[in-house]
Design a protein around this ligand. Structure first.
Ligand SMILES: Nc1ncnc2c1ncn2[C@@H]1O[C@H](COP(=O)(O)OP(=O)(O)OP(=O)(O)O)[C@@H](O)[C@H]1O
Ligand SMILES: [Mg+2]
Length: 262
């Protein structure tokens, strides 16, 4: 489980995260949803330590990440897989070398062992016969698969995916979503996915956290999300043309917006 408590982050006077508290469960695909610019990527980067928080605490299974010494943080990083917004493969490296890269950086495996593990991971994401290709020679969907294979190569306990299916056609996007959800269950990982794709929300949202104005405004799952009464999440959900046709009436007692703590 990962827990962020009272996280704040500001850039040049712009308060992006405003004392947000949020929790992610193991073995589940935990989605963070919110409008573009609502702070999903900043929140993810704060949780993995790519941004330093102004205040607040992050716990990885009760280990206080924000209080860790440098060497403890390095150890924890070996438990974290990350899929960045836009796949972010190394253009000059082959598919195989991309997947082997974190193994070289973070493990003591021999070259032969690294090749074996990278091939296993590429097999797991159904990429066969592409090992020697460069990122420029494969499709967008294949790039995402390579990025997933690279993220799971170190066998992480925690997997972070920032907009994993952006820029893909709906069918390929669903295949990528399902792959992430399957791997999460298979390895019992705590997976966190940033998205504003409603198909992902309804398809794989085991736990869904809606962020707005730097705070958590609603959380629930894919079964409760369409009936959420919080006006801000309803605005977010029902700008989607297809969902407009299924728009249920909000319950009589609207949620008290927003939620400030978990
Ligand atoms: N390094 C940075 N320096 C200054 N401001 C930043 C930085 N990174 C993000 N921001 C600001 O923080 C806000 C939230 O950005 P963020 O990228 O987290 O949004 P997002 O919810 O991930 O959006 P999207 O759905 O478009 O990916 C934006 O206003 C952005 O300009
Ligand atoms: Mg983002």
């Amino acid at each position: 489980m990962i827990r962020a408590v009272n996280i704040s982050k500001r850039f040049d006077g712009h308060q992006v995260l405003d004392g947000i508290s949020i929790q992610f469960e193991p073995g589940l695909t935990n989605l963070i949803i919110g409008e573009s610019g609502s702070g999903k990527t900043v929140l993810m980067k704060c949780i993995v330590g790519l941004f330093k928080v102004d205040s607040g605490t992050v716990y990885y299974d009760n280990r206080d990440f924000t209080a860790m010494k440098h060497h403890e943080m390095k150890l924890l990083r070996k438990e974290i897989g990350m899929l960045f917004q836009g796949a972010a493969l190394f253009d000059s490296m082959t598919v195989l070398d991309n997947v082997m890269f974190p193994l070289k950086m973070l493990t003591n495996l021999t070259y032969k062992q690294r090749v074996k593990r990278a091939i296993e991971c590429l097999d797991r994401v159904n990429l066969h016969g592409s090992n020697r290709l460069l990122p420029a020679e494969i499709s967008g969907g294949m790039k995402k698969r390579v990025a997933i294979a690279r993220a799971i190569a170190i066998n992480p306990r925690y997997l972070f995916c920032d907009e994993p299916n952006s820029g893909l056609d709906p069918r390929t996007a669903t295949l990528i979503d399902n792959l992430i959800a399957e791997i999460t269950k298979e390895y019992g990982m705590t997976t966190i996915v940033n998205t504003h794709d409603m198909n992902s929300v309804i398809g794989i949202g085991d736990k869904i956290s809606f962020i707005h104005e730097g705070k958590l405004w609603w959380d629930g799952d894919r079964h409760s999300v369409l009936e959420a009464s919080n006006p801000e999440i309803r605005k977010f959900l029902y700008t989607n043309q297809i969902l407009k046709h299924f728009r249920p009436e909000p319950p009589e007692n609207p949620d008290s917006p927003p939620m400030y703590s978990v």
